[in-house]
Design a protein around this ligand. Structure first.
Ligand SMILES: Cc1cc2nc3c(=O)[nH]c(=O)nc-3n(C[C@H](O)[C@H](O)[C@H](O)COP(=O)(O)OP(=O)(O)OC[C@H]3O[C@@H](n4cnc5c(N)ncnc54)[C@H](O)[C@@H]3O)c2cc1C
Length: 466
C-alpha cells in the first residue's frame, strides 16, 4: 500500500446531513474531498419512500427555521422551503384529544391556555400556579435532568403529560434521564434566575418568522443536491469504513470486506458517523474519546406511514389539527401521529393528485427497543388501533410503509456537554467529528456541528504542506 501523503484527499465518513454538509463545505474551501457512505443511499435519517405512488419523508420531515444552518444550506442548493400550515397539534391524554398548550418543550408558557386545555388535573394545575412563588434553583454549575428540573418547579404531571411527549418527539428519550444543560439550556438559565412560568410568559406569542421549515418534495430530496456537481468532491456509497490508523503524513482508512480490504489514504478525516461506529473507528487513534462515545446510548424508533383514501380522512381534516402527541403515562403503543396531508401543503397536493392523504405514526422511546422487535404487521395494527381510538379513523389504508430507525437518536445523558468537550479535546490534529451525537440532534444543530468540525480542520490543514 502506497503512502500518497500530501496528494491524498480529505475523507469524510458518513453521508448523513452532517457528512454531506461537511464534505460540501470542505470542497468549497478548495479541498479535494472523498465522501464515504456505508449504505447505498445518501442522507442517513433524511429519507423519502414511495407510499401509494407519492414520495414522502419516512425519517426527518422538518427543521427549525429560526436557526440559519439548515434553511441556508437548503436555499444554497436551490431548494424551495415550505412552512407547515397553521394546523395545530394536540395531545391525547385523559381520554381525549386536547389542544396542546403553548410551551417551551412542554414547560407551560401560558397558564390560561394550560387551564383551558384540560391536560392537567386540578391538583396538577394548582402546583403550576404555585411555581412563581418558588425560589430560584441553585444548581451550582451541576447538571440536572430535564424531568427533575421541571418536576421541582411544576410537579410530576407537567413532566409526565407535557414534557415527556414533547421531548419524546425530538429525542425519543426519557425526560428524567436527559441533560437539561445539553437539551434545553434556556430552561436552566430561567430556573437559576427565578420563575419559569413568568420568564417563559414573556416570550413573544406571535412570530413573523415561522418556527419550522420543510422542503417541497421531502427532506429526503435534499441530500443528493448537497453534493451533486460540487467541484473537488467525490462520493462513494456502499463503502463501510472499518479501520482508521495514523500514517506519517496523515491517515489510512480500511474499507470493504475483510476478505478484500481496500486502503484509502487521507490528509485529514471527518467522522460524521453515529456514536457506536465512531467509537469503533477511534479505538486505536483516540482511545479515551472512543470510550466516551461508546457510552452514549441511542434510542430506536419506527415511523409507519399510511396513505388513506382522501374521503376517509375528511373528518380528521375538519378538526384543523396537524396530529397529536401521546404521553408515555397513557400506555399506548404510538407516541405521536402527524397528519402529514394537513401539515404540509405539498403532501396534500401530491396525495390529492393520487386520491390519497398521507399520515404517519411513530413508535419507540428510550428503553423500548424490544417492543419494536415486533413484525411490520403488528406495528401497523397497533398504529391503526391507536389511531381509531384517538380519532375515530377506522378506514383501511390504501398503502402502508414501515421504516425502522435502529439506534435512531442519541440520548444526551447528564454531563453530556462535558463528554463532548472531552471527546473533542482527545482527538489528534487532523481528525474531527460531527453529527447528532454532539451539539444537538435537530438538523440545524447537526449541520452546525459539521461547520465547527470543518472550521477546526481547515485551520489545521492551512498549516500542512500541499
Ligand atoms: C425518525 C426520525 C425523525 C426525525 N425527525 C427530525 C425532524 O423532523 N427534524 C429534525 O431537525 N431532526 C429530526 N431527526 C433528527 C435528525 O434527522 C438526525 O439527528 C440527523 O439527521 C442525524 O444526522 P447525522 O449526519 O448526524 O447522522 P445520520 O443521519 O445517522 O448519518 C450517518 C451516516 O453514516 C453512515 N455510516 C455509519 N457508519 C459508517 C461507516 N463505518 N462507514 C461509512 N458510513 C457509515 C450511515 O449509514 C449514515 O448514512 C429525526 C430523527 C429520526 C431518527
Amino acid at each position: 500500500m502506497q503512502d500518497q501523503g500530501a496528494s491524498a484527499p480529505v475523507v469524510v465518513v458518513g453521508a448523513g446531513i452532517a457528512g454531506l454538509a461537511a464534505a460540501r463545505a470542505l470542497a468549497e474551501a478548495g479541498e479535494e474531498v472523498l465522501l464515504l457512505e456505508a449504505s447505498d443511499h445518501l442522507g442517513g435519517k433524511l429519507r423519502t419512500s414511495e407510499v401509494a405512488g407519492v414520495r414522502v419523508d419516512v425519517g426527518a420531515e422538518a427543521m427549525l427555521n429560526r436557526r440559519p444552518e439548515g434553511v441556508d444550506l437548503a436555499r444554497a442548493v436551490g431548494l424551495a422551503l415550505e412552512h407547515p400550515t397553521v394546523a395545530s397539534s394536540r395531545i391525547w391524554t385523559r381520554g381525549a384529544l386536547r389542544p396542546l398548550p403553548r410551551s417551551l418543550m412542554g414547560v407551560p408558557l401560558d397558564l390560561a391556555a394550560l387551564e383551558a386545555s384540560g391536560v392537567l388535573s386540578e391538583e396538577g394545575l394548582e402546583r403550576v400556579r404555585r411555581e412563581p412563588s418558588l425560589p430560584p434553583l441553585d444548581l451550582a454549575g451541576a447538571d440536572v435532568s430535564v424531568g427533575d428540573l421541571v418536576a421541582q418547579r411544576f410537579g410530576d404531571e407537567v413532566v409526565d403529560r407535557l414534557v415527556e411527549p414533547l421531548l419524546g418527539g425530538v429525542y425519543a428519550g426519557d425526560a428524567r434521564q436527559l441533560s437539561a444543560r445539553a437539551c434545553i439550556p434556556q430552561l436552566v438559565a430561567f430556573a437559576e434566575r427565578g420563575s419559569l412560568l413568568e420568564q417563559a410568559a414573556a416570550i413573544p406569542t406571535t412570530y413573523d418568522v415561522p418556527v419550522f421549515a420543510g422542503i417541497a418534495g421531502g427532506m429526503g430530496s435534499w441530500p443528493r443536491r448537497i453534493v451533486d456537481d460540487v467541484s473537488g468532491l467525490r462520493v462513494r456509497t456502499g463503502v463501510t469504513v472499518r479501520e482508521l490508523t495514523r500514517t506519517p503524513s496523515g491517515w489510512r482508512l480500511v474499507v470493504g470486506p475483510t476478505t478484500a480490504p481496500e486502503a484509502i489514504e487521507a490528509r485529514a478525516v471527518v467522522l460524521a458517523t453515529p456514536g457506536a461506529p465512531t467509537a469503533r473507528l477511534l479505538a486505536e487513534v483516540a482511545p479515551a474519546a472512543s470510550a466516551d462515545l461508546a457510552g452514549v446510548e441511542y434510542s430506536s424508533m419506527v415511523v409507519v406511514t399510511f396513505a388513506f383514501d382522501v374521503s376517509d380522512v375528511a373528518g380528521l381534516d375538519a378538526t384543523g389539527s396537524s396530529g397529536f402527541l401521546v404521553p408515555p403515562t397513557e400506555a399506548r403503543r404510538i407516541k405521536a401521529s402527524t397528519f402529514a396531508f394537513a401539515k404540509w401543503g405539498w403532501i396534500r397536493r401530491a396525495g390529492a393528485a393520487a386520491g390519497v392523504a398521507h399520515l404517519r405514526t411513530s413508535l419507540g422511546r428510550h428503553g423500548e427497543a424490544t417492543a419494536l422487535q415486533a413484525s411490520d404487521d403488528e406495528l401497523v395494527a397497533w398504529s391503526l388501533a391507536d389511531l381509531a381510538e384517538a380519532t375515530g379513523l377506522r378506514a383501511r389504508p390504501v398503502d402502508v410503509h414501515v421504516q425502522r430507525w435502529g439506534g435512531g437518536l442519541p440520548q444526551y445523558a447528564l454531563g453530556h456537554l462535558e463528554t463532548v468537550a472531552r471527546v473533542r479535546a482527545a482527538l489528534p490534529e487532523g481528525l474531527v467529528v460531527a453529527g447528532a451525537a454532539y451539539d444537538g440532534v435537530g438538523i440545524p444543530a447537526v449541520i452546525g456541528s459539521a461547520q465547527r468540525a470543518v472550521a477546526d480542520l481547515l485551520a489545521h490543514l492551512r498549516d500542512l504542506p500541499r
